[in-house]
Write a protein that binds this ligand. Structure first.
Ligand SMILES: [Zn+2]
Length: 371
């Protein structure tokens, strides 16, 4: 494991290759193992390999590969806690650790990928807390690769026919919830920022969506996108959601991932009792699913010769994918590194500032997420 000073503003946070920037500083016993401690020569901060590990501040080692495999194969949170003989809280804690490594990896790909395909954006409708609080999880995918380039979350009011009793309940509950913070238009506006981070891409860059008015509004409001549309380097293509959902549908990659999530994760099954109780936790788990989809799962399962992951089809090299996979299940990431864009959805999710409806107290930010 590469050593560096955990203090993000210390010059030794990114030490020079081969320089002797730390001293050995005794050792301590942790989880039955003797761990060597080091001390940074510049700022004096002491640290060990555990400080820099995904298992920082934890006492129970976890097989992260197994956790991820079981999760994407349909284990619920409670099922996982039974399997690992631990509490639901501990399992969720590990999802939180993984998500904080996945968000910087997704950001890095957004910055570095050479986009060579069209994009598809769509909202996956589900709910956290109760069916009175449906949401739209926006997913931004590659049209060919089905790689998930970006995602975010919007909160909605319950639609459709309601009984008088339901109407009164919703009215009462909605008074306690701020619906202006994560609207569909707001979410889509943020998704456009994520598209801009992907660079110019193939000319012209095509974005396929369904006919939701909010999407149109968000694009029309964006000066840069309007300009790009005028000069012909960006096109927004709207597809009717009534069109048959076949392989030849231009929204296929979004429809495909929607279906996969819906069948793989119990909290996305129809009429589920496994729904998420906390928005931040639910989105952290979804990040883990997206990670597996992007970097682990094979692009085509039925084709024996096809060994590439969705990330490789999107243009990443095998070595890059291997490095990302190793980083995510082993290394602790530091948000102060500026790895995710400040104020972006990824940043909000990292800092746990996305509110859960009806939950008044702010979310607790675990120790491993701060320095
Ligand atoms: Zn230092």
């Amino acid at each position: 494991m590469r050593l560096f000073c955990p203090v993000s503003h210390c010059p030794n946070h990114r030490p020079e290759e081969g320089s002797r920037w730390y001293d050995a500083h005794g050792s301590y016993l942790s989880c039955g193992e003797i761990v060597q401690r080091y001390r940074c020569r510049r700022c004096g901060r002491t640290f060990s390999k555990r400080t820099l590990s995904i298992d920082y501040w934890s006492h129970r080692p976890f097989d992260y590969h197994q956790l991820i495999t079981l999760f994407v194969s349909g284990f619920s949170l409670r099922g996982l806690s039974r399997y690992f003989s631990t509490t639901v809280k501990t399992v969720q804690n590990r999802f939180g650790r993984l998500a904080r490594a996945i968000l910087p990896a997704l950001s890095e790909v957004q910055r570095r990928v050479e986009l060579s395909e069209s994009l598809v954006a769509d909202g996956l409708e589900n709910f956290f807390v109760s069916q009175d609080f449906p949401n739209n999880i926006h997913l931004l995918l590659g049209k060919q690769s089905q790689y998930v380039y970006g995602l975010n979350y919007a909160l909605m009011r319950r639609k459709g026919r309601k009984t008088e009793k339901q109407k009164r309940r919703c009215e009462r509950l909605y008074r306690r919830v701020d619906f202006t913070r994560h609207t569909i238009t707001g979410g889509f506006t943020e998704l456009i920022e994520q598209i801009k981070r992907l660079g110019p891409g193939a000319e012209p860059l095509r974005l396929y969506t369904d006919e939701k008015q909010e999407y149109l509004r968000a694009i029309e409001k964006d000066g840069e996108m309007r300009e790009r549309m005028k000069e012909g380097s960006f096109a927004h293509v709207r597809i009717s959601s009534r069109a048959p959902r076949t392989r030849s549908n231009d929204l296929f990659s979004a429809n495909y991932l929607d279906r996969e999530i819906r069948k793989d994760l119990p909290e996305y099954h129809r009429e589920t009792v496994c729904f998420g109780r906390n928005v931040g936790n639910g989105l952290e788990r979804l990040c883990v699913y997206v990670y597996h989809h992007n970097f682990v799962k094979r692009y085509r399962i039925g084709v024996a010769a096809e060994r590439r992951t969705h990330a490789e089809v999107a243009g990443l090299s095998k070595a890059e994918v291997r490095r990302i996979r190793q980083k995510i299940t082993e290394e602790r990431q530091f948000i102060e590194d500026g790895q995710v864009v400040a104020g972006s959805f990824f940043d909000q999710l990292w800092r746990r500032t996305i509110p859960t409806p009806l939950k008044e107290a702010p979310d607790y930010l675990p120790r491993f997420a701060v320095v």
